[in-house]
Every structure is written in structure tokens, then in C-alpha cells.
Design a protein around this ligand. Structure first.
Ligand code: PLP
Length: 443
């Protein structure tokens, strides 16, 4: 046993798998065994492994300027170029961007940005944030308070009361619908619940509503048609900002540039980006806000005082250079268009498992998907605990495929955006074998 305290791990667990190197969509363990990386690491290595351009960019930038901070307006060209390129890509009007190193810290930044903004415009009471059950927004003390998964809160005394986090329904029809309820009625019911929550709390006390357009860690939940249209209408009615957490869904993952595009979310006021922003070659995140929010803070900041928030690594030049190169490659090689075509193929192939006795639901969009394994197909009864999901994940590894069991017994897929049709076939074949093993395990 090494002395590492592993993240998101039962402390009784021992070392599972030692990965040594990667190439394209494959990684290799210390015994030289090859695995197809079906989850892009942790939903992040969009350009796969061993990308020569990203490696060279890293080395060049390290040689030129390995570090410089951005406090007080000190800057560097590569950071400014990245901001220009990024703000031209995002569906946020006149976007401004604050850099960090992780999705969690970018969400913390947004919470502070919202508070600073509403203080600046003289509405200090507008501070609560609505988040959904079973959402995932990270694990810092504030981001974990936004997160709606019990595992990230129980035993940590979270959420923090002072943050004023409000919780509304997860938009998951398969798990959340009442007996006999249609999808449209489900949407009407849960969006009515949202409106009632807003009215109960008082719209003047609520700053924003945060959502992953399609969730990741909670099992790749794709909300039903019409859900976001209704949510947006309610938020507009009560002057509440839409905050899109695109840490997983950003940059071509769902079949379009952003998850907002795929799900019909129009011009969000805030957007959180990380992971595929740099294809995970360097840690970097971006908290993006609408230009008018920024403008409204400029003059009042003379009175309010300095925006006292910044990380040592905000705008780290090596991370910025790698992110800039990643965005260049996305555009030059039409990576999003390619991912959309491969995404359609992946969804078609995953759908072939729909009739399997262990599979309760197949869901996804583009190159992200999940199969929910169930104890009883007819009723949708879930397995108790996470043993079956964990078994399936291990069985995949035995067959040379890396996936992740999420939310108990859902097996998630999120391969690099550069995956080919033949490699998707390989993924499906390996998963089919692991599913057969899992069926033997449960019967
Ligand atoms: N938001 C979403 C939607 C995520 O999926 C994640 C991580 O998976 C985060 C935030 C947190 O990002 P990080 O792990 O980089 O802190």
C-alpha cells in the first residue's frame, strides 16, 4: 500500500490499477495490458493520449514562461489570447472569463461573483442558488454544497447553511416519474415544483439556478423534451440567472459545441468550463459570465473594494497555452463535427443493449452515455448498494475497457472525441462480454 489517500475511495480499498502510459484512445497498465479508455480519464481527455502538439506546446511554454500570476491585472499574451478565443466560442453574450484550475474552484468563483454582483447593484439579499437533486458540481466546501449527491455531503456536514442552497427535482423521468405519468406531465410537475419553490422562498432572494445540461457523475441524465424551455421561462419570469455547469458537456461532448446548444438552453448568464478545455493535459478551468454582469460591477467596485478572489494558478501560462492549442485543434480538425458523427454511432450501438435483461435504461447524447443496470427490468427496481456496478466496472477492465460505475449501477461511457467507428465497435464488444459476466454474477 502506498501512503496516498485516494480521492473518492473507500479507505479500506487497496490499489486497484496502476496505469503507466497512454496513446490515442488507449492506456496501458504496468504489465503492458492495453485498455480502451471509455471514460476519457474522468470525462476529460478529449484528444486522447500522447497528442504531440499538446506535448510540444507544454514544453515550449514551460521554456518561455513557466509561471506568472494574474493578480491586479498583471498578464501575459497567451492568457489574453485564450480569453479572446474562448469568449468567441461560448454562447454567453459579451462574455468575460475568470481562470482557475478545476471545475470545483470555478464554481466557487461563480458563487463569489454572484454575491459581489448583487452587492454591487444594491440587491444583497439576492443570494440563494437553486441546484438539483443528484447534480454534481464538485467537491470544495462550496461546490460540494451545490452538489446534490449524498456521498459528497454526508459525513462532511454539508451543505453549508450560510450558502443558501435550495434543492429542486432531478429531471430524470425513468427514476422520478409517478406511476402512469407521461413524460410531458412529469416535466409539468417538476417545473411547477420549481416555481413553487421560488415563490415560497421569494424570487428576490434567489440569484441563480445551476444545472449540468446533461449530468455526468449522477448517471448521464438527459432531461425530457421541453424541460429546459419551461425552466428558462420560469427563471426569466422571476429574474433568476441561468448558470450552466458545462464542465463535462462543454466542447463537443454531447454532439454540439456545448451542452446548452444540444439541450436548447439559450444564452446562459454564467457558464463553468474545465476538463476538455485543455483536453486535461494541464489543469485549467474558466468561470464565464455575461458582459452586462461584469459591466455592472466595474464602477461599484471603486466603492465596494477590490474583488478579493484569485488563485495562485489563475491564468497559469502553461495551462493557458495548452488550452489555447486544444481549442485551435478543435476548430482546425473539426473535432466537434467528427464527435457528433461518432456520437450518433455510439448511441445507436449502445441502444442495442436496450433489450438485455439487466439493462433498465439506455441514455445519452453524442459521445456521452450510460446504461443503468437494474435488479428487475419490468419494475425498474434498482440493485441495493453499489456491488453490481462495481463488479461490472471491474469486468470491463478485465476485458480491456475502462468505464465507470456511477450513481450505483449505471455504467458510464465518455470516450475521447477522437475515437473511430472501429474503436466504438471494440468498446461495444468488450462491454458486451463484461455485461455477460455481470449477468452470471447476479444470477
Ligand atoms: N462540475 C461538473 C459538472 C463535473 O462533472 C465536475 C467533475 O467531474 C466538476 C464540476 C468538478 O470538477 P473538478 O473535479 O475539476 O473540481
Amino acid at each position: 500500500m502506498s501512503s496516498i489517500i485516494y480521492p473518492t475511495t473507500n479507505f479500506t480499498a487497496t490499489e486497484q490499477l496502476t496505469i503507466e502510459r497512454g496513446e490515442g484512445v488507449y492506456v496501458y497498465d504496468t504489465n503492458g495490458k492495453q485498455y480502451l479508455e471509455g471514460l476519457s480519464g474522468l470525462w476529460c481527455t478529449s484528444l486522447g493520449y500522447g497528442n504531440r502538439e499538446l506535448i510540444d506546446t507544454t514544453a515550449e511554454q514551460m521554456g518561455k514562461l513557466a509561471f506568472s500570476h494574474m493578480f491586479g491585472g498583471k498578464t501575459h499574451k497567451v492568457g489574453m489570447e485564450l480569453a479572446e478565443k474562448l469568449t468567441a466560442m461560448v454562447p454567453v453574450d459579451n462574455a468575460r472569463v475568470f481562470f482557475g484550475s478545476s471545475g470545483s474552484d470555478a464554481n466557487d468563483t461563480h458563487i463569489k461573483m454572484l454575491r459581489y454582483y448583487f452587492n454591487a447593484i444594491g440587491k444583497p439579499q439576492k443570494r440563494k442558488i437553486i441546484s438539483r437533486e443528484r447534480s454534481y458540481h464538485g467537491v470544495t466546501v462550496a461546490a460540494a454544497s451545490l452538489t446534490g449527491l449524498p456521498v459528497n455531503q454526508t459525513n462532511f456536514d454539508l451543505p453549508i447553511d450560510a450558502l443558501g442552497i435550495l434543492r429542486t427535482d432531478a429531471p430524470h423521468y425513468y427514476r422520478g416519474a409517478l406511476a402512469g405519468e407521461s413524460e410531458a406531465d412529469f416535466v409539468t410537475r417538476i417545473t411547477n415544483n420549481l416555481e413553487q419553490l421560488i415563490l415560497r422562498e421569494g424570487p428576490d432572494t434567489i440569484a441563480a439556478f445551476i444545472a449540468e445540461p446533461i449530468t455526468g457523475a449522477s448517471g448521464v441524465i438527459v432531461p425530457p423534451a421541453g424541460y429546459y424551455q419551461k425552466v428558462q421561462a420560469i427563471l426569466d419570469k422571476y429574474d433568476i440567472l441561468f448558470w450552466a455547469d458545462e464542465v463535462i458537456t462543454g466542447f463537443g461532448r454531447t454532439g454540439n459545441d456545448f451542452g446548452c446548444t444540444t439541450m436548447g438552453i439559450e444564452r446562459p448568464a454564467l457558464m463553468t468550463l474545465a476538463k476538455q478545455l485543455s483536453s486535461a493535459y494541464m489543469p485549467i478551468s474558466a468561470s464565464v459570465i455575461r458582459g452586462d454582469l461584469y459591466d455592472a460591477m466595474v464602477e461599484p467596485s471603486n466603492k465596494l473594494g477590490v474583488f478579493g478572489h484569485g488563485y495562485t494558478y489563475s491564468g497559469h501560462p502553461v495551462a493557458c497555452a495548452v488550452a489555447l492549442k486544444t481549442l485551435e485543434i478543435y476548430q482546425r480538425d473539426d473535432i466537434f463535427g467528427r464527435a457528433a458523427r461518432m456520437g450518433e454511432y455510439l448511441q445507436r450501438r449502445l441502444a442495442e443493449f436496450r433489450d438485455h435483461p439487466l439493462v433498465g435504461e439506455v441514455r445519452g447524447s453524442g459521445l456521452i452515455g450510460a446504461l443503468e443496470l437494474v435488479a428487475d427490468k419490468a419494475s425498474g427496481r434498482a440493485f441495493d448498494g453499489g456491488a453490481v456496478g462495481a463488479f461490472a466496472q471491474r469486468a470491463c477492465e478485465q476485458h480491456g475497457l475502462i468505464t465507470r460505475a456511477v450513481a450505483g449501477s449505471s455504467i458510464a461511457f465518455c470516450p475521447p472525441l477522437i475515437i473511430s467507428e472501429a474503436q466504438i465497435d471494440e468498446l461495444i464488444e468488450k462491454f458486451g462480454k463484461a455485461l455477460a459476466d455481470t449477468q452470471d454474477f447476479v444470477t
